[in-house]
Ligand binder design. Structure first.
Ligand SMILES: Nc1ncnc2c1ncn2[C@@H]1O[C@H](COP(=O)(O)OP(=O)(O)O)[C@@H](O)[C@H]1O
Ligand SMILES: [Mg+2]
Length: 207
Protein backbone atom coordinates (compact mmCIF):
# COMPACT_ATOMS: atom_id res chain seq x y z
CA UNK A 1 0.00 0.00 0.00
CA UNK A 2 1.00 3.58 -0.47
CA UNK A 3 2.62 5.20 2.60
CA UNK A 4 1.18 8.42 4.10
CA UNK A 5 3.68 10.58 2.27
CA UNK A 6 5.73 10.01 -0.86
CA UNK A 7 8.31 12.29 -2.42
CA UNK A 8 8.45 11.78 -6.18
CA UNK A 9 11.83 12.55 -7.68
CA UNK A 10 13.32 11.68 -11.05
CA UNK A 11 16.61 11.02 -12.79
CA UNK A 12 16.04 14.16 -14.86
CA UNK A 13 13.51 16.77 -15.77
CA UNK A 14 10.84 15.70 -18.26
CA UNK A 15 11.15 12.08 -17.17
CA UNK A 16 7.53 11.67 -16.06
CA UNK A 17 7.35 12.80 -12.40
CA UNK A 18 4.17 14.84 -12.90
CA UNK A 19 2.63 12.02 -14.93
CA UNK A 20 3.33 9.56 -12.10
CA UNK A 21 1.94 12.02 -9.52
CA UNK A 22 -1.26 12.27 -11.59
CA UNK A 23 -1.44 8.48 -11.60
CA UNK A 24 -1.06 8.37 -7.80
CA UNK A 25 -3.72 11.06 -7.39
CA UNK A 26 -6.18 9.08 -9.51
CA UNK A 27 -5.35 5.85 -7.72
CA UNK A 28 -5.73 7.06 -4.11
CA UNK A 29 -8.82 9.04 -3.16
CA UNK A 30 -7.35 10.25 0.06
CA UNK A 31 -4.29 11.96 -1.41
CA UNK A 32 -3.23 15.58 -1.85
CA UNK A 33 -0.59 16.89 -4.26
CA UNK A 34 2.09 19.40 -3.37
CA UNK A 35 4.97 20.80 -5.44
CA UNK A 36 6.65 23.17 -2.97
CA UNK A 37 9.20 24.51 -5.48
CA UNK A 38 7.99 25.15 -9.02
CA UNK A 39 9.92 26.84 -11.82
CA UNK A 40 8.68 27.60 -15.33
CA UNK A 41 5.26 28.68 -14.08
CA UNK A 42 4.91 31.03 -17.07
CA UNK A 43 4.19 27.87 -19.08
CA UNK A 44 1.76 26.57 -16.43
CA UNK A 45 2.41 24.70 -13.20
CA UNK A 46 2.49 20.94 -12.64
CA UNK A 47 -0.34 21.39 -10.13
CA UNK A 48 -2.53 23.00 -12.79
CA UNK A 49 -1.68 20.26 -15.29
CA UNK A 50 -2.63 17.44 -12.90
CA UNK A 51 -5.77 19.31 -11.84
CA UNK A 52 -6.82 19.75 -15.49
CA UNK A 53 -6.03 16.20 -16.59
CA UNK A 54 -7.55 14.44 -13.58
CA UNK A 55 -10.49 16.81 -13.00
CA UNK A 56 -9.97 16.37 -9.25
CA UNK A 57 -11.28 19.05 -6.88
CA UNK A 58 -9.15 22.04 -5.82
CA UNK A 59 -8.95 21.01 -2.18
CA UNK A 60 -6.67 18.10 -3.15
CA UNK A 61 -4.00 20.50 -4.42
CA UNK A 62 -1.74 22.40 -2.04
CA UNK A 63 -0.35 25.70 -3.38
CA UNK A 64 3.38 25.99 -4.13
CA UNK A 65 5.61 27.71 -1.56
CA UNK A 66 8.03 28.99 -4.20
CA UNK A 67 6.79 29.56 -7.73
CA UNK A 68 9.15 31.07 -10.32
CA UNK A 69 8.32 32.08 -13.89
CA UNK A 70 11.43 30.97 -15.82
CA UNK A 71 11.93 27.30 -16.75
CA UNK A 72 15.41 27.14 -15.17
CA UNK A 73 16.96 25.47 -12.10
CA UNK A 74 15.46 26.72 -8.80
CA UNK A 75 18.77 28.24 -7.60
CA UNK A 76 18.93 30.40 -10.73
CA UNK A 77 15.22 31.24 -10.86
CA UNK A 78 15.34 32.36 -7.24
CA UNK A 79 18.38 34.58 -7.89
CA UNK A 80 16.69 36.11 -10.94
CA UNK A 81 13.50 36.86 -9.00
CA UNK A 82 15.46 37.88 -5.88
CA UNK A 83 13.64 35.49 -3.59
CA UNK A 84 15.98 33.11 -1.77
CA UNK A 85 14.69 29.58 -1.21
CA UNK A 86 14.79 28.79 2.48
CA UNK A 87 13.94 25.24 3.56
CA UNK A 88 12.46 26.43 6.83
CA UNK A 89 9.70 28.22 4.86
CA UNK A 90 8.65 24.90 3.33
CA UNK A 91 6.37 23.70 6.09
CA UNK A 92 4.06 20.77 5.68
CA UNK A 93 0.58 22.33 5.48
CA UNK A 94 -2.44 21.08 7.40
CA UNK A 95 -3.84 18.46 5.06
CA UNK A 96 -7.46 17.84 4.17
CA UNK A 97 -6.47 14.20 3.48
CA UNK A 98 -4.48 11.38 5.05
CA UNK A 99 -1.94 11.00 2.26
CA UNK A 100 0.36 13.37 0.42
CA UNK A 101 2.29 13.18 -2.84
CA UNK A 102 5.15 15.69 -3.08
CA UNK A 103 6.83 16.40 -6.40
CA UNK A 104 10.39 17.67 -6.55
CA UNK A 105 11.90 19.87 -9.24
CA UNK A 106 14.30 18.09 -11.60
CA UNK A 107 16.46 15.48 -9.87
CA UNK A 108 18.26 14.97 -6.54
CA UNK A 109 21.29 17.20 -7.22
CA UNK A 110 19.35 20.21 -8.44
CA UNK A 111 20.55 23.21 -6.38
CA UNK A 112 17.93 25.25 -4.58
CA UNK A 113 20.21 27.88 -3.02
CA UNK A 114 23.95 28.45 -2.44
CA UNK A 115 24.44 25.25 -0.41
CA UNK A 116 21.29 23.13 -0.53
CA UNK A 117 19.95 20.67 -3.10
CA UNK A 118 16.63 18.92 -3.82
CA UNK A 119 18.08 16.05 -1.81
CA UNK A 120 18.10 18.33 1.27
CA UNK A 121 14.41 19.06 0.75
CA UNK A 122 13.74 15.30 0.68
CA UNK A 123 15.69 14.82 3.92
CA UNK A 124 13.97 17.81 5.49
CA UNK A 125 10.45 16.55 4.68
CA UNK A 126 11.38 12.99 5.64
CA UNK A 127 9.15 11.02 3.24
CA UNK A 128 10.28 7.88 1.42
CA UNK A 129 11.24 8.60 -2.17
CA UNK A 130 9.98 7.18 -5.42
CA UNK A 131 12.39 7.56 -8.37
CA UNK A 132 10.92 8.04 -11.84
CA UNK A 133 13.37 7.08 -14.58
CA UNK A 134 13.40 6.59 -18.31
CA UNK A 135 13.18 2.99 -19.48
CA UNK A 136 15.63 3.51 -22.33
CA UNK A 137 19.42 3.41 -22.82
CA UNK A 138 21.29 5.48 -20.22
CA UNK A 139 18.80 4.82 -17.47
CA UNK A 140 20.95 2.30 -15.58
CA UNK A 141 23.62 4.93 -14.95
CA UNK A 142 21.18 7.74 -14.09
CA UNK A 143 19.04 5.56 -11.84
CA UNK A 144 21.93 3.95 -9.92
CA UNK A 145 23.53 7.38 -9.38
CA UNK A 146 20.24 8.77 -8.08
CA UNK A 147 19.68 5.83 -5.73
CA UNK A 148 23.20 5.98 -4.43
CA UNK A 149 22.93 9.73 -3.69
CA UNK A 150 19.65 9.13 -1.83
CA UNK A 151 20.96 6.22 0.24
CA UNK A 152 24.26 7.95 1.04
CA UNK A 153 22.19 10.72 2.63
CA UNK A 154 20.00 8.28 4.53
CA UNK A 155 16.86 8.79 2.44
CA UNK A 156 14.58 5.76 2.16
CA UNK A 157 14.11 4.63 -1.45
CA UNK A 158 10.63 3.22 -1.95
CA UNK A 159 11.27 2.02 -5.47
CA UNK A 160 11.72 2.96 -9.10
CA UNK A 161 9.16 3.57 -11.81
CA UNK A 162 10.37 3.09 -15.36
CA UNK A 163 8.60 5.32 -17.86
CA UNK A 164 8.75 4.47 -21.55
CA UNK A 165 8.83 1.38 -23.77
CA UNK A 166 9.35 -1.75 -21.68
CA UNK A 167 12.99 -2.80 -21.39
CA UNK A 168 13.43 -6.05 -19.46
CA UNK A 169 17.23 -5.82 -19.39
CA UNK A 170 17.30 -2.30 -17.96
CA UNK A 171 14.71 -3.28 -15.36
CA UNK A 172 16.70 -6.32 -14.28
CA UNK A 173 19.99 -4.42 -14.15
CA UNK A 174 18.48 -1.63 -12.04
CA UNK A 175 16.95 -4.14 -9.61
CA UNK A 176 20.14 -6.20 -9.35
CA UNK A 177 22.84 -3.50 -9.20
CA UNK A 178 20.66 -0.99 -7.36
CA UNK A 179 19.23 -3.53 -4.91
CA UNK A 180 15.90 -1.81 -5.42
CA UNK A 181 12.42 -2.76 -6.57
CA UNK A 182 11.04 -1.52 -9.88
CA UNK A 183 7.47 -1.05 -8.73
CA UNK A 184 6.07 0.11 -12.02
CA UNK A 185 6.64 0.15 -15.76
CA UNK A 186 4.59 2.69 -17.67
CA UNK A 187 4.37 2.48 -21.44
CA UNK A 188 3.93 5.62 -23.54
CA UNK A 189 0.28 6.54 -24.01
CA UNK A 190 -1.00 8.43 -27.08
CA UNK A 191 -2.98 10.91 -24.95
CA UNK A 192 -3.11 11.55 -21.22
CA UNK A 193 -6.72 11.39 -20.00
CA UNK A 194 -8.31 10.39 -16.73
CA UNK A 195 -9.47 7.06 -18.23
CA UNK A 196 -5.99 6.30 -19.54
CA UNK A 197 -4.56 7.01 -16.07
CA UNK A 198 -7.17 4.70 -14.50
CA UNK A 199 -6.14 1.99 -16.95
CA UNK A 200 -2.47 2.34 -15.91
CA UNK A 201 -3.08 1.74 -12.19
CA UNK A 202 -2.45 -1.97 -12.54
CA UNK A 203 1.02 -1.30 -13.99
CA UNK A 204 2.23 -0.23 -10.55
CA UNK A 205 2.65 -2.78 -7.77
CA UNK A 206 2.52 -0.03 -5.14
CA UNK A 207 -1.18 0.39 -5.88
N1 LIG B 1 3.97 7.36 -20.27
C1 LIG B 1 3.73 8.51 -20.91
N2 LIG B 1 2.98 8.55 -22.03
C2 LIG B 1 2.75 9.70 -22.69
N3 LIG B 1 3.21 10.90 -22.30
C3 LIG B 1 3.98 10.95 -21.19
C4 LIG B 1 4.27 9.78 -20.44
N4 LIG B 1 5.05 10.15 -19.39
C5 LIG B 1 5.22 11.48 -19.48
N5 LIG B 1 4.59 11.98 -20.56
C6 LIG B 1 4.58 13.37 -21.03
O1 LIG B 1 5.93 13.80 -21.15
C7 LIG B 1 6.10 15.13 -20.70
C8 LIG B 1 7.08 15.19 -19.53
O2 LIG B 1 6.54 14.47 -18.42
P1 LIG B 1 6.38 15.12 -16.97
O3 LIG B 1 5.55 14.17 -16.17
O4 LIG B 1 5.89 16.52 -17.07
O5 LIG B 1 7.90 15.10 -16.50
P2 LIG B 1 8.59 15.77 -15.21
O6 LIG B 1 7.51 16.06 -14.22
O7 LIG B 1 9.57 14.74 -14.74
O8 LIG B 1 9.29 17.00 -15.72
C9 LIG B 1 4.69 15.62 -20.34
O9 LIG B 1 4.12 16.26 -21.45
C10 LIG B 1 3.96 14.32 -20.02
O10 LIG B 1 2.56 14.42 -20.16
MG1 LIG C 1 6.97 17.86 -13.23
Amino acid sequence: MMPDGIFVTGTDTGVGKTFVCALLMISFEDTCYWKPIQTGSAEGTDREWIRRVTGLPDYRFIPEVYCFKDPVSPHLASMQEKRRIDLSNIRLPALPSRKLVVEGAGGVMVPINEDKFMLDLMLYLGFPVLVVARSTLGTINHTLLTISALRNSGVEVLGVILNGPRNKHNREAIEYYGNVRVIGEIEPVPRVTVNVLRGLRKEMSLL
